[in-house]
Structures are given as structure tokens and as C-alpha cells.
Design a protein around this ligand. Structure first.
Ligand code: FAD
Ligand code: SAM
Length: 655
């Protein structure tokens, strides 16, 4: 896989006819006269999509995967057909693109298709930031999701977790683009297909036919579009292939819209999870122990969107990068229809807090991992994240929970959760009679060990206090500096641009204190941070003039959240015991994972919940509904609840 998240732009030019052409591949993206008709003939008809869309029922997921997203014409055309067929299911369109068009070129290219203009506008408005990785964009109104890998096709599909129903094998012809039609791609296509998966491609090239046959498809040549003599279509005829790392495998049972789902906790993890689930068509009850929503870690007035990007391309770094971009898009959309300000994309300036961090920053910038849309160097080694800014977490939670299919039960602390034949029975302070649920998601941060049927989650809580200061308590010079602050500033602590005449800043890390009320000592600590951040003297500011708030971060030893389906760790340890002898062992058949069917967790967001919670929620909702994962497998494994048991086994092998 590439060692940079930067992408090469396409060598694109528009001819006088307005048709986009690629100089790299010496080919057009589509035919001006017949592009739409060709898509309909080659991909829609040969995969028999109209009938398949019409046959979908409520709760059915239908996944199409494409090689070469290009201008998105195939996607828009498929979307249009899905809507026209009044399909009751959900369409997942997964595509890959190594040389993505920029937004302006995309818009120009799609102007050629007035009949698709309403879909084109939605696509352009929600087009992801051009950075390598998976990007998820939901068009909930039409029950359509786009899962787009920006990068090489083979790399993207090799890391995808999905069950594909139909393939659109586009991409320039094998004679012009032999690099794409390779063994890695064909293998991945086979791995992602199931009995009955269909494929269609405009080409009749032998290398494509043989590659698809070898990966398990029965192929046939049929009449090509227009004057083209032949094209290929096929049906997958093999059974399931063996899985890598099966200890992370989970095949959820089918769920329909009437299922009873409980989300416990109403912080940013719970609110995002509840919203992601209702956006996929479900109904959700949220139980919150407190009498207000988001009164734990997520209750601050302003929080920063700070992904702490690293210089190394690890799965967890890719998680935070993808999560950052997803959170930015989520908060931008949330802001659109609300009066109070939930999100301000003012940028975030990262300044090294000491020489060790300065070295890290230098390494990170030197690595050239990140495109400038994500971060770039400013003067004195500072780093600017232009897509970042501040979030009002409590308002964001309120907005996320404000949906007719979400029922919030305040003051209802989950006391007990028991697995039954049918699902789960939950008892709460306001629900003394056990309530039945088909799925339960625990989003209870540091309280997780108190009520989870698996009770030894490796989490700890760390107290943090933020401080709030009216600018009226500042002298003229301090006021000038504070009021000029127009970006979030982050070094040893952070301060956001003033809001409602106040500066919000912090935060303390108190490893030994459990004090739930703000203390003067913590305010003093925060004032020192403010002095350094703004380069002002804060000696004359009395801590007594500050207000503030205390919260508890839920942290995990490996600094990654815990998100996914829950297994009984004892069963995992027994099933995969051979890993104690050989850490590289892979079983030849599926073993018992001890899955506690229908139970999920979304906790451990540490100091970065605003970044990590929205994508974690989207991932969980995808897993629960059987949709393609928005996370590359290696990334999902790095946040998977089973990682602790598996590491324990492998550690023994190493030792
Ligand atoms: C001082 C401070 C500053 C921070 N600043 C930032 C920042 O700038 N940017 C950032 O990204 N992150 C920041 N964080 C971290 C961020 O706040 C957390 O990562 C995030 O709030 C975690 O969200 P959560 O939903 O997992 O947990 P929480 O918000 O704590 O929510 C858990 C909820 O579960 C409820 N609950 C617990 N047990 C039960 C039960 N048995 N039944 C029902 N309900 C239950 C709790 O009442 C609570 O509402 C900060 C944290 C602190 C403490
Ligand atoms: C003919 S265009 C696809 C047209 C597209 N399906 C549409 O609807 O507009 C082929 C696309 O494949 C992309 N591509 C070529 N090689 C690739 C590779 N190795 N991985 C991913 N995408 C690739 C090209 O950049 C180009 O956008």
C-alpha cells in the first residue's frame, strides 16, 4: 500500500465537446452521446438490477462494487434507477478511485447529464476530502450510501469488509490500464463475492475473463453496447472462502425496522450511535442515567476537533484520520439546520508544547503523509489543520438525538443486562420490569464495567477540568489578544476563539483525583496553560473569577477506542488457544467466537471523542445492519473489542 495519504490528480482535460478525457490513459471517461445508455446497458441491465432492486424488502441491503469511480456517472445512474424502482431496500455503492477528480471537475463533468442533476448536486455537495482511505457518504433520504476508497483498486478491495451482490468492472481498458486489472484485484473480487453475485464489464479482454474465472465466476460473452462486438458478464459460483483473523469475524443476524434497539448513554458516542441507527431506518431507545443528556465527558461548551495525527501510517492513525474527516462532514451537516452554533470550522493551530513534540511535528511534516487539505506547516514548525475547529458537544448531542424515531429516557440508569433466548433483557432505575431488546449498544464510557455482561474492560477514567473566563475579566491588552483569536490554538492545553464573550480553555489531566466539582487549583493550572497559549501574563486573573466543568475521560491502554460486537473472552481464549504456541496460526475453519449475539460497545474515546465517536457510530450501525463497513479491516481490528483477548494469547506465544 502507498505510504502517503496524498493522491495524484488525474491528467484530465475537457474536450470542446465537454467530455472529460484522461491523458494518463489516453481514453474518455464516458461517451458524450451514449454514456448514460452505455452504463444502463452494460452495468444496470447485465446485472439485472431493475428486477433485483424491485424485489428488495424493508431492511434488505444491496451492495454494488465498482472499479474506477471517475466522474460518478455509473453511481448516479444506479442511484436514479434505485429511486425509480421505488426499492424498499438500501443501496450501498462501493467504489474505488486512484486519481480522483476535484470537486470543480466533477461538477463540470456531470453537467453533461441534466436528467441526473438532482443526484449530481447531492454528490458534489457531499464529495469527500481528497485524501487516501475509505470515505462514507450517506444519502439517507433515498436510502443510498456511497463508500468510496480513494487509492488503488486492489489495495482498497483487499481491505474491505463487505458482501458484494453485483460488480461494475469499469476502469480504463486492460490494454490501456494493465496495472489495475491485476491478481490482487481479482482475488479481492472473489473474496468479497457470494453465491449468486453477478458481474459485468464493458471489456471482453481475455485477461479479465480468465481473472474472474479464477476468482470463482462463471463468465459469458454477450453482445457489447452499440457498435462494440462483445462484453463480459458472469455469476459467482463458489462457496465462502477462508477468513483471515477469524477471531474478529461477526455475521450479524438480519434485522428489520421494527427491531427493538437500546443505546445506553447519551454522550457523543451514544447520541452518534442512536442517530446512525435511526438514519438507517431503525427505532432506538436511549437510556441515560443522568437527568440531562450529555452530562458526562460530552457536556463541555466548546471542544476541539483534534485528531493528533502521527508521522507513521499505522491502522490506528488511519482510523483517526478517517474519523476526523467523517466528523468534520457530520458536524458541518448538523450545523445546517440549527439556530445555536454547533460547529465552527475555524481551523486548528497545533504548536509543539516541548522540544520532544517539536521533533515529532518535524517528523510528521517531513513524512509528507498528509495532503495540505488535511494539514500543513505554518511558521515556526506550527501545524495548521484547516478543516478543524470547535464543536459545542452538548448541542451536537441534542441535535443528534432530536429525531422522531429516537426516544430518550432520562434518569434511567441501566442496572442489569441479561441475555435471553430472544435477545436481551434490560432493567433500569425507571424500568424495574425487565424490557426486551434485540440489540443493545453500551456507550457508557468509564462506567462500562458496572453493567456490562463482560466486566473486565481495560479502561480507566481520568478527571479533566475546563475553565471559562469572561473577557471582561481581562485587561485591555489581554482582551485584544483574546478577541483576535480566530482559530483553535493547541499546545499544552487548548483555547478556542471566544464564544458569547467568554474564553473556554483547558484542560487538566488529573490522574489521582475523583473530585466532581471544579477546583481553584485546576483553574490555576488552566490559567497557566492559557498564559502559554496566548503568550500573555495571567497572574492578575483570580481563579475565583473562573467557572468551569469537570468530566471524566474513558481511556484505554492502547489509546484506541473499543468499538464493535462483544464476545465472551473465555470462549475466545479457548477457541484460539493455539495462538499461544504460534502467533501466526490461522484456523482452517470458523471456530466459536463466543459472540454475545446482539451486544455491542462504543466506549474508550479518551481525549478525542469528538473526532472518533461519529465514525465509530457509523461503523457500528453498518455492522448491526449488515451494510459494508466504512472501515478497512485492519482499522476495524485495531478498535475491535476482541483485540485484548487475542493479544493476550499472542503475547504468551512471544514470551
Ligand atoms: C475536560 C475535558 C475536555 C475534553 N476536551 C475534548 C476536546 O476538546 N475534544 C475532544 O474530542 N474530546 C475532548 N474530551 C474527551 C471527550 O469529552 C470524550 O472523549 C467524549 O465526551 C466521550 O463521549 P462518550 O459518549 O463516550 O462518554 P460520555 O460523554 O461520558 O457519556 C457517557 C454517558 O453514559 C451515561 N451512563 C453511564 N452509565 C450509565 C448507565 N448505567 N445507564 C445509563 N446511562 C449511563 C453517562 O451518564 C453519560 O451521559 C474532553 C474530556 C474532558 C473530560
Ligand atoms: C472510465 S473511468 C470510470 C468511469 C466511471 N465509472 C464513471 O462513472 O464516470 C476509469 C476510472 O478508473 C480509474 N482508475 C484507473 N486505474 C485505477 C486503479 N488502479 N485504481 C483505482 N482507480 C483506477 C481512473 O482514474 C478513472 O477514473
Amino acid at each position: 500500500m502507498s505510504t502517503s495519504y496524498c493522491l495524484e490528480p488525474p491528467k484530465l482535460h475537457f474536450g470542446e465537446d465537454g467530455v472529460p478525457r484522461s491523458a494518463t490513459f489516453d481514453d474518455v471517461y464516458f461517451d458524450k452521446e451514449a454514456g448514460l445508455a452505455e452504463t444502463e446497458y452494460v452495468f444496470i441491465q447485465q446485472n439485472n438490477l431493475s428486477e433485483r432492486f424491485a424485489a428488495l424488502n424493508d431492511g434488505d441491503q444491496f451492495t454494488i462494487a465498482e472499479t474506477g469511480f471517475g466522474t460518478g456517472l455509473n453511481f448516479l445512474c444506479t442511484w436514479h434507477h434505485f429511486v425509480e424502482n421505488e426499492s424498499k431496500g438500501w443501496l450501498h455503492f462501493v467504489s474505488v478511485e486512484k486519481y480522483p477528480l476535484d470537486k470543480m471537475s466533477l461538477q463540470n463533468a456531470l453537467a453533461a447529464w441534466p436528467s441526473l442533476s438532482r443526484y449530481a448536486k447531492l454528490l458534489v455537495d457531499n464529495y469527500p476530502t481528497l485524501c487516501q482511505g475509505w470515505h462514507r457518504v450517506n444519502f439517507n433520504e433515498h436510502r443510498v450510501s456511497l463508500t468510496l476508497w480513494l487509492g488503488d483498486a486492489g489495495d482498497g478491495f483487499s481491505g474491505l469488509a463487505a458482501s458484494v451482490d453485483a460488480w461494475f468492472l469499469d476502469g480504463f481498458a486492460p490494454s490501456k490500464n494493465p496495472q489495475m486489472w491485476n491478481e490482487q484485484l481479482f482475488q479481492a473480487i472473489g473474496k468479497l463475492s457470494h453465491l449468486g453475485t453477478t458481474c459485468a464489464t464493458f471489456t471482453a479482454a481475455g485477461i479479465v475473463r480468465r481473472g474472474l474465472q479464477a476468482s470463482g465466476f462463471k463468465m459469458e460473452k454477450v453482445k457489447g453496447f452499440g457498435h462494440k462486438r462483445e462484453m463480459l458478464r458472469g455469476t459467482f459460483e463458489q462457496g465462502a472462502t477462508t477468513l483471515k483473523n477469524p477471531w474478529f469475524y461477526h455475521q450479524p443476524k438480519r434485522l428489520n425496522a421494527s427491531a427493538r434497539i437500546l443505546v445506553v448513554g447519551s454522550g457523543i458516542a451514544g447520541a452518534s450511535t442512536a442517530r446512525a441507527l435511526v438514519d438507517k431506518g431503525f427505532r432506538v431507545q436511549v437510556w441515560e442515567a443522568d437527568t440531562e443528556i450529555a452530562s458526562g465527558g460530552s457536556g463541555n461548551i466548546q471542544g476541539m476537533l483534534y485528531p493528533k495525527l502521527q508521522a507513521t501510517n499505522t491502522p490506528i492513525n488511519r482510523f483517526y484520520l478517517a474519523a476526523f474527516l467523517f466528523a468534520q462532514a457530520t458536524f458541518t451537516n448538523l450545523n445546517q439546520s440549527v439556530s445555536g452554533e454547533i460547529w465552527r470550522q475555524c481551523g486548528l493551530l497545533q504548536r509543539a508544547k516541548n522540544s520532544a513534540e517539536a521533533e515529532k511535528f518535524e517528523k510528521m511534516l517531513g513524512s509528507q503523509l498528509y495532503p495540505p487539505e488535511v494539514c500543513f506547516a505554518k511558521q515556526d514548525g506550527e501545524i495548521l489543520l484547516p478543516l478543524s475547529g470547535w464543536v459545542a458537544p452538548k448541542l451536537a448531542c441534542a441535535k443528534l438525538l432530536d429525531h422522531e424515531r429516537i426516544q430518550v429516557h432520562l434518569g434511567n440508569e441501566l442496572l442489569q443486562l441479561e441475555q435471553t433466548q430472544q435477545g436481551w433483557e434490560a432493567t433500569g432505575t425507571k424500568s424495574p420490569e425487565p424490557q426486551h431488546f434485540d440489540r443493545v449498544v453500551l456507550c457508557t464510557a468509564g462506567a462500562i464495567n458496572q453493567h456490562s455482561p463482560v466486566s473486565e474492560w481495560p479502561v480507566k477514567t481520568i478527571r479533566g477540568q475546563v475553565s471559562r473566563l469572561s473577557v471582561e475579566h481581562l485587561d485591555t491588552q489581554q482582551q485584544t489578544t483574546a478577541l483576535a483569536l480566530d482559530q483553535v490554538l493547541c499546545a499544552d492545553g487548548y483555547v478556542s476563539p471566544p464564544l458569547d464573550g467568554h474564553l473556554n480553555f483547558g484542560a487538566t489531566y488529573d490522574l489521582t483525583s475523583n473530585e466532581i466539582l471544579p477546583t481553584l487549583a485546576s483553574h490555576s493550572t488552566n490559567l497557566n496553560k492559557l498564559a502559554n497559549l496566548l503568550n500573555i501574563d495571567t497572574e492578575n486573573i483570580a481563579p475565583e473569577n473562573l467557572t468551569g466543568r469537570v468530566g471524566f475521560r474513558c481511556t484505554v491502554a492502547d489509546y484506541a477506542p473499543i468499538v464493535g460486537p462483544v464476545s465472551n473472552p473465555q470462549v475466545l481464549l479457548e477457541s484460539y488457544a493455539p495462538l499461544r504456541q504460534n502467533a501466526k496460526w490461522q484456523p482452517t475453519e470458523l471456530l466459536n467466537n463466543g459472540i454475545l449475539e446482539g451486544l455491542y460497545v462504543n466506549v474508550g474515546h479518551g481525549s478525542r471523542g469528538l473526532v472518533s465517536a461519529p465514525l465509530s457510530a457509523e461503523y457500528l450501525a453498518s455492522v448491526i445492519s449488515g451494510a459494508p463497513s466504512p472501515l478497512e479491516s485492519a482499522v476495524a481490528e485495531s478498535i475491535h473489542p476482541n483485540r485484548f483477548a487475542i493479544r493476550q494469547l499472542k503475547r504468551n506465544s512471544a514470551g
